[in-house]
Design a protein around this ligand. Structure first.
Ligand code: ADP
Ligand code: MG
Length: 215
């Protein structure tokens, strides 16, 4: 079943609620190896994005404009490095589904993969550098690899979520090569990356959305 602007409004609300519920936990993670604001940044950004998207008229607005509105709102609400990273992700998702009045499963998967690629290109982080890329890239790769005959769309996102969780857990043993935590050298080892942890929450919310929609 096609994913409409109304569905995307629901998706952004889901993401915002799940991030809000983990706000303090994300701040604690960032407190260990960063400046402690990651939960506040993600909460403000996701809340602003959900609000901007929720205010659009679904009868008038196509998915690309939904993602663009989310990008703009997220960027305006967030001063931390996660701001431009997620703003780029949402812009790329919008560009990936340009001119589509609603999204097929293929379109939605392309938008999801474009988010991961946008984050990677904007931040210039490679996997293994202890950033949100360590959750986003394996998640996108897993979903793309899984999207084969015999696998349902919700199963693809289940695999994406699982890959994101594993990728996030793997950041624990990494030293950081990008972002604030890179200043800590070996002292960052033993802590998971807060941006990877929030990425898991976002990706899990997307998986839940797909399950509700298609499952
Ligand atoms: P700030 O470090 O400015 O306070 P946040 O606390 O919102 O920003 O976000 C920190 C997270 O941003 C890190 O945990 C990491 O996952 C992510 N991050 C930082 N720099 C990069 C980068 N260059 N590429 C990808 N992700 C990054
Ligand atoms: Mg921070």
């Amino acid at each position: 079943m096609a994913i409409t602007t109304k569905d995307l409004q629901h998706l952004f609300a889901l993401i915002a609620a799940d991030i809000a519920a983990q706000r303090d936990h994300l701040c604690e993670l960032d407190g260990a190896i960063g400046d402690g604001d990651h939960g506040l940044a993600m909460d403000a950004g996701c809340e602003a994005a959900a609000k901007a998207v929720g205010a659009l008229d679904p009868a008038q607005i196509a998915p690309t404009a939904v993602f663009n509105a989310a990008a703009k709102a997220f960027l305006n609400a967030v001063g931390a490095s996660s701001g431009p990273l997620y703003a780029t992700a949402f812009m790329r998702a919008g560009a990936a589904v340009k001119d589509r009045p609603e999204l097929s499963d293929d379109d939605f998967l392309r938008a999801f993969a474009a988010m991961a690629q946008g984050i990677q290109e904007r931040g210039k982080a490679e996997p293994g550098e202890k950033t949100m890329v360590d959750a986003w890239k394996p998640a996108a790769d897993a979903a793309l690899d899984a999207w084969q005959p015999g696998t349902t769309f919700p199963q693809c996102f289940e695999m994406a979520e699982r890959a994101a969780r594993q990728g996030c857990e793997a950041t624990r043993n990494m030293t950081a090569a990008k972002g604030r935590a890179s200043r800590l050298g070996g002292r960052a080892v033993g802590h998971i990356d807060p941006g990877a942890a929030s990425a898991v929450i976002v990706i899990a919310a997307i998986a839940k959305f797909v399950e509700q929609h298609d499952g």
